[in-house]
Write a protein that binds this ligand. Structure first.
Ligand SMILES: [Zn+2]
Length: 83
């Protein structure tokens, strides 16, 4: 894959974290109470895996641009399609 910002070829791999990560849209404040309901109310996109069993859960494919230092993470295989 080529970087959508600079066009360089991106390094392919997988993205690893400890689970329970989420994307928060601009304008929303990070919640103090981190529950699914609160995150959904804030329009957060909850990203797999959940922290329980995270070391063994499948990881999303990822592409890294060393020039821009940008990471593109593909959750297409791990999240259900949007209705
Ligand atoms: Zn780039």
């Amino acid at each position: 894959m080529n970087c959508p910002f600079c066009g360089e070829i991106m390094a392919e791999g997988t993205f690893h974290d400890r689970g329970d990560s989420y994307f928060l849209p601009a304008g929303e404040t990070p919640p103090k109470l981190w529950t699914r309901g609160v995150l959904e109310k804030k329009r957060a996109v909850i990203l797999p895996p959940e922290s329980f069993g995270a070391p063994f859960a499948p990881r999303p494919a990822a592409f890294w641009c060393g020039k821009c230092r940008k990471l593109l993470v593909d959750y297409g295989e791990l999240l259900p399609p949007t209705p």
